[in-house]
Design a protein around this ligand. Structure first.
Ligand code: NDP
Length: 403
């Protein structure tokens, strides 16, 4: 019997529950817990109907309350807590895992609520305590971070003696028919894309204004899309774990319409994360904005088009320069048909389930806190092919970047 406790009943949580339920041989008992229990009940009812897995329970929990989490973990007795609520809860959930001796996995690094700051320092600080307790913490096991980091590890293992240049390219060419919506939690998404850009070059971090660097990139099956250098958290662990990297950047596509809305949101102060008094009540503008924007979990129904995310890498093999590209394309419609969620939730939830599967079947093991590129990429990428996110690779060809 192996039990998993999934925390967070948003778009990603929905996909994780579907995918875990498709593997009853690994996840024989599933509990979905979140702030609003009714959302868990709705998801679990859908999953029971569609997959036939009946050994599922739900619970309400405040994941910022360690004693509440500890009580829930003790009563259910999981081997692993799979955290797909919000990054604000990473540390409290890690604390509860430490107290109960249960493995931990997440898809996004901890962020303090009062500052949009993306770094692993807070979670890496758990290394010794996780080691002493004999438990495993796996950080950033979604698509990016997650699969992009594992693609990099796979390239380094099978294609290169040294990797020198890494460009992670992330395109969402989907159309949800709304004037403005974010593909995952709006608060977290807007905090991420409005921050300054940052990339790594020759041992240093180079900071840019938001969206200062852009270029057209051709995405397979999609075509050319304007793409912007933004900071993304996996860069921090990748340059540490692959010290031969001379440059590492992250590119994301944004449409003109999206950027215009974002500019207006910032200019009128709605992206602020400090409290303002409104009719005597403290209101955080970005939190309020989240409440009026479309729920990303509800975007799936009319979403068409696909995402394309991958890594373009230049390095050295047998003394010669080698170029390599590895990627996945995911259809929003296919994701919705299978799970009732759109492609961005799907590309995050599938890898999170596979990471959990790797831990529960002992294919990834260790004691302490690890980023996903530190494990063997092969069994993970085999499973990714089988679980709805097949990947492709190309050796040589034009990578479209300056070296
Ligand atoms: P949603 O906002 O749709 O869902 C978040 C869920 O967490 C909601 O059900 C919410 O509850 C619940 N939650 C919030 N606060 C608490 C709390 N204190 N206690 C318990 N539950 C809580 O987000 P998504 O599903 O879109 O994203 C989930 C996670 O995945 C995020 O951390 C996001 O950053 C990450 N992500 C990672 C990606 C990757 O590729 N690595 C890509 C996309 C997302 P309620 O329903 O009550 O609001």
């Amino acid at each position: 019997m192996s039990k998993v406790l999934i925390i967070g009943a948003g778009g990603v949580g929905r996909v994780v529950v579907y995918k875990c339920a498709q593997h009853p041989e690994v996840f024989s008992e599933i509990m979905l817990a979140s702030r609003t229990k009714s959302k868990c009940d709705e998801i679990v009812a859908d999953v029971k109907r569609d997959t036939g897995h009946q050994n599922m329970q739900t619970a309400g929990v405040d994941a910022e309350n360690v004693p509440e989490l500890v009580a829930l973990i003790k009563s259910f007795g999981p081997e692993l807590v799979l955290h797909v609520a919000l990054p604000y809860q990473d540390l409290t959930i890690m604390d509860a895992c430490l107290e109960t001796g249960v493995h931990y996995l997440d898809t996004a690094n901890y962020e303090p609520k009062d500052e949009a700051k993306f770094e692993y320092s807070w979670q890496w600080a758990y290394q010794d305590r996780f080691k002493e307790k004999g438990i495993l913490g796996v950080l950033g096991c979604g698509f990016d971070p997650g699969v992009t980091s594992i693609f990099t590890a796979y390239a380094a293992k099978h294609h290169f003696d040294e990797i020198h240049y890494l460009d992670i390219i992330d395109c969402n060419a989907g159309d949800h028919g709304k004037a403005f919506a974010t593909n995952f939690n709006p608060e977290i998404n807007i905090r991420e894309v409005t921050q300054k850009g940052r990339y790594y070059e020759n041992g240093k971090w180079v900071e840019t204004e938001p969206h200062e660097i852009s270029k057209m990139i051709n995405y397979p099956g999609i075509g050319p899309k304007n793409s912007y250098v933004i900071y993304h958290e996996e860069l921090e662990s990748l340059v540490k774990n692959f010290p031969t990297l001379k440059r590492a950047r992250f590119w994301m596509t944004f449409g003109e319409e999206y950027l215009t809305h974002l500019r207006v949101i910032q200019n009128i102060g709605m992206a602020r994360i400090d409290a303002v008094k409104y009719k005597g009540v403290d209101v955080i503008p970005l939190e309020f904005l989240k409440a009026v924007l479309p729920d990303p979990g509800e975007l799936g129904e009319n979403y068409t088009g696909q995402t394309s995310i991958g890594c373009r890498i230049r390095g050295i093999k047998d003394g010669k320069v080698k170029d390599y590209y590895i990627w996945n394309n995911c259809s929003h419609e296919a994701a919705y048909k299978e799970t009732g969620a759109q492609g961005v939730s799907y590309t995050t939830g599938v890898p999170a389930m596979i990471g959990a599967m790797m831990i529960m079947t002992g294919k990834w093991n260790g004691k302490g806190v690890f980023n996903v590129e530190e494990f063997n990429p092969d069994p993970f990428l085999d499973q990714l092919n089988k679980d709805g996110l097949p990947w492709h690779e190309q050796v040589g060809g034009d990578l479209e970047f300056d070296y």
